[in-house]
Design a protein around this ligand. Structure first.
Ligand code: ADP
Length: 367
């Protein structure tokens, strides 16, 4: 029977567990041996107890559990050839020739590197007697399937990443909670949300909660421009009887190389110019946690089924697939292209070419 493994890597998100669960169970239903690799790439490099055969019951109850129960890690060793050599050896020794990686753009970049070097890793393992001739022949090809687990929704080639919707739900609940106390005391709040270089969480949370203003990295305001803009809008809303002021700031907008906005500066402007009693709240890691929302359970499950199908259908001449979600459909395209495009988006944002970044990020634009 076919043997494949799944691992979760990089920053965790709600929905990784449903992804692992579906890959394990669909794989078993298709007659495969399915392995879970614990602690992300670190487990792959270390091998041994970190590579475990999964059975139907191993993933019982995981649909509604946040985070990733097989663990995740940032792994420096996997960035070195020595680490990847050891990872390749561990896969061969377990008879695994296909790997599903659920992680962010960093993890999928690593997957891409691993896949492109596979031939030379196998050659080196053979020449140093770490594997046999027969193993080198049997494992001459590695299939890697990438799925994106990320709260940031920052991957090109897909409309939405696993975990982004759950994170957004959590952020909305918290902004709503802050809103009630803000209204009671007639206060203003500056709320920092996650998202790395991507303003998706901030923008969607602002729409969903009716925030007064949002700062996102994709649309930076000039240093002298935003002060007036936020005061205008906050003042106008107050004149209309609103008892709270909520300003959402994306993590990426705090990055001084993009847009030197500081939450404390926003607070000071609102306090000094409008006399508003203003507080800064950093939502922090609460955003990453909690039970996956229904959409993420469905997205992760349907994408994992597609990932296992991709494993079963893969041939040595096919590029490694990337499982996406475009126009309400699960999609599959070359992983290398998705990774390259995501890096182009990040580069464009850092060069302040924002229109280009948005176009590159939008799968529908490119169709
Ligand atoms: P995310 O996947 O959430 O973007 P990271 O960027 O931290 O998170 O990447 C997760 C892991 O993927 C890293 O700790 C490292 O082990 C691996 N990785 C990232 N980039 C590379 C790379 N260029 N080469 C090899 N491995 C990489």
């Amino acid at each position: 029977p076919k043997s494949f493994a799944i691992l979760t890597s990089g920053g965790d998100c709600s929905g990784m567990n449903p992804a692992v669960r579906a890959a394990v169970r669909y794989g078993i239903a298709k007659g495969c041996n399915v392995y879970g690799i614990y602690e992300g790439y670190q487990g792959l490099v270390d091998g041994g107890k970190y590579i475990r055969k999964m059975d139907w019951k191993s993933v019982r109850g995981w649909l509604s559990v946040g985070g990733t129960s097989i663990g995740t890690a940032r792994c420096m060793a996997f960035k070195t050839r020595e680490g990847r050599l050891s990872a390749a050896e561990n896969l061969v020794k377990h008879g695994i020739d296909s790997l599903i990686v659920c992680g962010g753009d960093g993890s999928l970049t690593g997957a891409d590197v691993f896949r492109s070097e596979w031939g030379s890793l196998i050659a080196e393992l053979l020449s140093t007697d770490r594997i046999t001739d027969q193993q080198a022949k049997t494992f001459s090809h590695l299939t890697i399937v990438g799925m994106v687990g990320s709260i940031d929704n920052d991957m090109a080639s897909t409309d939405i990443t696993i975990g982004a919707a759950s994170c957004l739900h959590r952020v909305c609940e918290m902004v709503d909670s802050i809103g009630t106390t803000a209204s009671s005391h007639s206060r203003a709040f500056v709320i920092e949300v996650m998202g790395r270089d991507c303003g998706w969480v901030a923008m969607m949370a602002a729409i969903a909660t009716g925030a007064d203003f949002v700062f996102i990295p994709e649309q930076p305001l000039a240093a002298g421009e935003w002060q007036e803009a936020i005061c205008d809008v906050a003042h106008r809303h107050r004149e209309m009887g609103k008892r709270k002021t909520v300003i959402i700031v994306a993590e990426g907008a705090l990055d001084s190389s993009l847009n030197p906005v500081k939450s404390e500066d926003i607070k000071n402007i609102l306090t000094e110019r409008l006399g508003l009693d203003t507080r800064v709240t950093i939502l922090g890691h609460i955003q990453r946690g909690g039970t996956p929302c229904a959409f993420d359970r469905i997205l992760a499950t349907t994408q994992s089924v597609a990932a296992v199908e991709a494993v079963l259908q893969s041939t040595p001449d096919m590029p490694s697939p990337f499982i996406g979600y475009v126009n309400n459909k699960v999609t599959s395209g070359p992983l290398m292209d998705a990774v390259a495009l995501t890096h182009q988006v990040a580069d464009a944002i850092h060069k302040k070419e924002f229109d280009r970044a948005m176009q590159l990020r939008d799968p529908q634009f490119r169709q």
